[in-house]
Write a new protein. Structure first.
Length: 155
């Protein structure tokens, strides 16, 4: 389906969702809608959408309703992307059972502690990590801690 076949509002929702790196499933979950409904909104012209639904979608996309309905390009800020990533992480954690959730949180905290190790650097723009050999050895040791019942539980 080409871009011109999408409804103007649906295209703006789809474009913003993709800018923030969200799937239709994630947007549906965050806005308390079904995936089918999100898909239908994105691709169907003349769709009647309630103000409540539009509000939920706009809130999930970190955008005002005016911006969502506007006729100008939407550019996500670094804060928008950061907030969306935080929501995704929290949603993933909430879906885990308590034991797995605690292990994941501990693993995340250990990774964050690596930032204070000399030789560790993170390129925030690309999300890539550069680690010295010493730090790599420490990381390998910490990953070994997450082998449970013969399964790899590392991140």
């Amino acid at each position: 389906m080409s871009t011109s076949e999408y409804s103007p509002l649906g295209e703006r929702i789809r474009s913003r969702r993709k800018q923030l790196g969200l799937t239709q499933e994630e947007l549906a979950e965050q806005s308390n809608l079904s995936v089918n409904y999100i898909s239908k909104i994105e691709r169907t012209q003349g769709q009647n959408i309630s103000f409540e639904v539009l509000t939920n979608i706009a809130k999930s996309l970190n955008i005002s309703i005016a911006d969502l309905l506007g006729n100008y390009p939407i550019t996500p800020s670094a804060e928008d992307v950061k907030t969306t990533q935080e929501k995704r992480l929290l949603n993933k954690l909430r879906q885990m059972d308590k034991s797995t959730q605690n292990k994941a949180i501990n693993a995340i905290l250990q990774l964050l502690e690596l930032r204070s190790i000399p030789g560790y650097a993170m390129n925030d723009e690309a999300g890539q990590v550069s680690i010295s050999q010493k730090s790599q050895k420490l990381l390998q040791k910490s990953r070994r801690r997450f082998h449970v019942n013969g399964e790899d539980k590392s991140l």
